[in-house]
Design a protein around this ligand. Sequence first.
Ligand code: URA
Length: 431
Amino acid sequence: MIEPYAAVDLIRQKRDGGSLATEAIDWLISRYTSGYVGDEQMAAMAMAIFLNGMDRREILDLTTAMINSGERLDYSQLGRPTADKHSTGGVGDKITLPLMPLVASFGVAVPQLSGRGLGHTGGTLDKLESIPGWRADLGNEEMYRQLQELGGVICAAGAELAPADKKLYALRDITGTVEAIPLIASSIMSKKIAEGTGALVLDVKYGSGAFMRDLEKARELANTMVALGSDAGLNISALLTNMNVPLGLTIGNANEVRESVEVLAGGGPADVVELTCELAREMLALAGQPDVDVEAHLKGGQAMDVWRATVVAQGGDPDAKLPVAPESHEVRADRDGVLVSQDAYQFGVAAWRLGAGRARKQDPVVHSAGIDLAVKPGATIKAGDLLWTLHAEDASRFAGALESLSGAWEIADPGTVFEGAPLIAERITAK
Ligand code: URA
């Protein structure tokens, strides 16, 4: 068969600032997925896109081509609306755990296909796998049945969902081309659209612990993804949220599950509750239920009932004791004052060094490892007060973690007035 394009011509076209035709993008992605276009050519194309960008039509075409590289799930026969959330990832971000059952408790189905963590941000599946017996790998039929019967599921995305993205993302990871907005947006949105949800809320984080450090870039990414989702027919919005400080009081795996269960029981840290409730309201509004009292379903136990049922359905025991690390190390204040900063990135790296995260895809995580925070910015502190406790399986991990925490927080003079940035900076809707 005579190929209609040569990859090198398309690379030159993008390198010189041109715009790629719909059919050319389609051809490139399908031939890359099949192996006809090699990694070296796709790497050059990714760099050309990184340097010269893509227009809105090209990004939509790229997303569509990646969706078409695999299967597309369909919930039209489910008998209820569907809504999902995607977070661009942060430190202590356990929001999916209380959010899925909270939204599902209102009768909106939540098909939350999640991933494992790499680097300083944790993965939802890693956290849930702290629960003895809990299974992340469900087949499509099992997932559909759970959605139908219980209204929510958190599980691993199957290999057939946007396989082109899996291949391209691995390539970008090793060629310095991850941080390109057209590539990030098409990567995330191809998976979310293929997943088949009707409504989608994006939690786009900015700050030291986020993928996008500055608010401007996070806004641009959010606008691009919202436009893409809306062009693809999704009901979609985005919140830009602060990730300069870790979310909640736990960073790790088992400790984040414990904190999520506290939220589901009507308690938990104020920032985790605020973000969970705000995202739930967005999801429910996009799925046709505006103005619902989401807090009432945390206080009243309806969200907890869904949580327990979904944990059991996936082989877990919601009452099982979560793993506890044998070694711990306390960090205490060396002066009186007010805690005014707590750097999310450095705390994320410290938790990762304790064993809570992985350096390579194939590495296991230590479920009991992590950090419990006793205080957050704004707290008044006396010398000797507990600031945070590090947990690890092996005490030799503490030195590396403490090194990454060096300079990660600041205690200002007593009486300093602390004004933190709002957790939710902006809301972005389709134009
Ligand atoms: N997450 C993704 O799924 N893709 C990206 O490109 C970046 C983050």
